[in-house]
Design a protein around this ligand. Structure first.
Ligand SMILES: [Zn+2]
Ligand SMILES: [Zn+2]
Ligand SMILES: [Zn+2]
Length: 151
């Protein structure tokens, strides 16, 4: 279920257009420790899929890689992040908040960049290829090939 947060500025209701570390864990079964906050803030700065070592390199404070892996697993179980592509033993994640609905991804086999394909109108059609009796919890759609820069 999507959660909508409002803030009040000069008496007007404004749609909160960005999540914060504390809004992401609201209603979840986890505490916002200092480390968790740092990891979440590092995630919030990204607009592309990331893996644990990307966060390890960019997160302030000295948070070891094992802690980042553990927190990503917790965030995944709480529905804060979703798993996208898994390539060469690297699991890539992205934020799973209301601002980032599920969408397909394109992995460039030359430069390794992962592109978010935000044209999702066809995703609902794809779900309809399932025969009756199947219910979907997750739809993962990924493309592999060459991106425009490498083509
Ligand atoms: Zn958000
Ligand atoms: Zn490329
Ligand atoms: Zn994406």
């Amino acid at each position: 279920m999507a959660m909508i947060l409002y803030g009040v500025i000069a008496g007007n209701k404004v749609f909160m257009d960005k999540c914060s570390a504390s809004s992401l864990i609201e209603g979840k079964n986890i505490k916002l420790t200092k480390q968790r906050k740092a990891v979440l803030e590092s995630i919030l700065k990204r607009d592309e899929p990331f893996c644990a070592s990307d966060l390890y390199e960019s997160t302030e404070y000295n948070i070891d890689l094992a802690t980042i892996y553990r927190n990503l697993e917790i965030f995944f179980n709480e529905g804060i992040v979703r798993r996208v592509i898994n390539e060469n033993d690297r699991q890539y994640y992205e934020l799973a908040c209301e601002h980032n609905p599920p969408h397909p991804h394109f992995l460039c086999t030359s430069c390794g960049k992962i592109y978010c394909i935000k044209n999702i109108s066809s995703l609902n059609k794809i779900k309809r290829i399932l025969p009756d009796g199947f219910s979907t919890e997750q739809t993962l759609l990924q493309f592999k090939g060459l991106c425009p820069k490498c083509n």
